[in-house]
Design a protein around this ligand. Structure first.
Ligand SMILES: [Fe+2]
Ligand SMILES: [Fe+2]
Length: 388
């Protein structure tokens, strides 16, 4: 509107002679303009007295416009805060104002509005008025309240979902932990059973739990050195433990015979390989152990037993355990022999490349020895003693 910050364009009209009549005419003309606005509008004096209210403003207030004329605008507002606000605005009429306010309705309600106020002086400059426009923002406020409510619901929902997700994660973690614990317990129970069985079979041959523990370590190390994944190498290690389980079927008087063996006795001892394979379960957990039990006395050149298999025909697990078993037998004292020096044992083994042992396994053995990574940790042996 062109009256912002100054006077309305106004010129004396022909036939109007007195100042008073001119001012009244100007007010009347301005009031007509306010009536034509598509929003509520009012004109008030500096004192707050209402000079004009347009039909839209009267409708918003729920009152007859004529009844409002002459009333101080402050008197419409029941609360002191609103009256103070109006008083401050009237005291500083020259400053344009805009903002949210409300209109009090005749039934005690409130119509939220955006109100804009500008001062207007008549052409004499003597009388100042305050021109107000008011836009009903009820739909906007309702939408805002709806939106706030939706935000609150979404926030509550998000909190609930987050809480549930956290609970679910905690539950999942606890479950995973329990499954891991149970799996570990089961694995340890299985391993204990395996060790006990191994120790029972080895003890017939004057061995103790130390032998199978060392064999487990050597076989696992060789498998890793040959490129097996950690999990596979671990399986080969614990499968090696049961390599001689078939000795349970060999009579003690043959196993512990100090003198030379007859052909039948030698055959009975050799049968510990096939007996071991039959003793072991066909479950996947024992798959490698069965292969090791059967073939750990096969030689690379085909001179071993029970199948006289050669080279790649011999399962790799058995080729690994074969070397580890012989090395440990050489370096362990027996009633009928002293323990070989580790250097001598390694030399003997390396000399038999292509005869007893697979050249690749020997290469891995030599590499571990060079890196000083062959000997087992003494703690491994301590564990085995609790089972003997
Ligand atoms: Fe054996
Ligand atoms: Fe053995």
């Amino acid at each position: 509107m062109g009256w912002r910050g100054g006077k309305l364009p106004s010129a004396p009209r022909p036939g109007v002679t007195t100042i008073c009549r001119t001012v009244n005419a100007e007010v009347s003309q301005f009031a007509h303009l306010l009536d034509a606005l598509a929003c509520g509008a009012a004109l008030i004096e500096r004192s707050g007295r209402i000079v004009h209210v347009n039909p839209r403003a009267a409708a918003m207030l729920g009152r007859d416009a004529r009844c409002l004329l002459g009333q101080p605008i402050q008197s419409l507002y029941p609360d002191a805060e609103a009256r103070d606000f109006i008083a401050a605005a009237l005291a500083d009429m020259d400053a344009p104002r805009e903002g949210e306010f409300y209109l009090p309705t005749s039934d005690g309600g409130r119509v939220p509005v955006v109100i804009s106020g500008r001062s207007w002086r008549d052409s004499t400059g003597a009388r100042a008025y305050y021109a107000l426009t008011m836009t009903d923002i009820t739909p906007l406020k309702e939408a805002e309240a709806d939106l706030k409510n939706q935000y609150r619901i979404i926030a509550e929902l998000s909190n609930t979902i987050l809480g549930q997700a956290e609970n679910l994660k905690d539950y999942n973690d606890a479950l995973e932990h329990r499954v891991h614990e149970r799996t570990q317990e089961l694995h340890e129970a299985n391993m204990d059973a395996i060790y006990m069985l191994a120790v029972a079979s080895e003890s017939k041959d004057q061995d103790t739990g130390d032998h199978v523990r060392r064999l487990q370590h050597y076989s696992q190390s060789l498998a890793r050195e040959l490129g097996f994944a950690a999990r596979e190498a671990e399986q080969i290690g614990y499968s090696a433990i049961l390599h001689d389980v078939g000795k349970i079927h060999v009579p003690d008087h043959i196993l512990k015979k100090p003198g030379p063996l007859t052909d039948d006795e030698r055959l009975a001892i050799q049968e510990h390989t096939t007996a071991g394979e039959h003793i072991l379960s066909t479950k996947p957990f024992f798959h490698r152990a069965r292969k090791i039990a059967r073939s750990h006395h096969e030689n690379h050149d085909g001179s071993g037993y029970p199948d006289r298999a050669a080279g790649q025909e011999i399962p790799i697990e058995a080729r690994i355990v074969h070397l580890a078993d012989v090395y440990d037998a050489l370096t362990t004292p027996r009633v009928y022999k002293r323990a070989w020096d580790t250097y001598d044992a390694a030399s003997i083994i390396e000399e038999s490349t292509g005869k007893m042992f697979d050249p690749d396994v020997i290469k891995a053995f030599a590499s571990l020895q060079q890196r000083n990574a062959w000997r087992p940790n003494p703690a491994i042996l301590d564990n085995s003693r609790s089972l003997v």
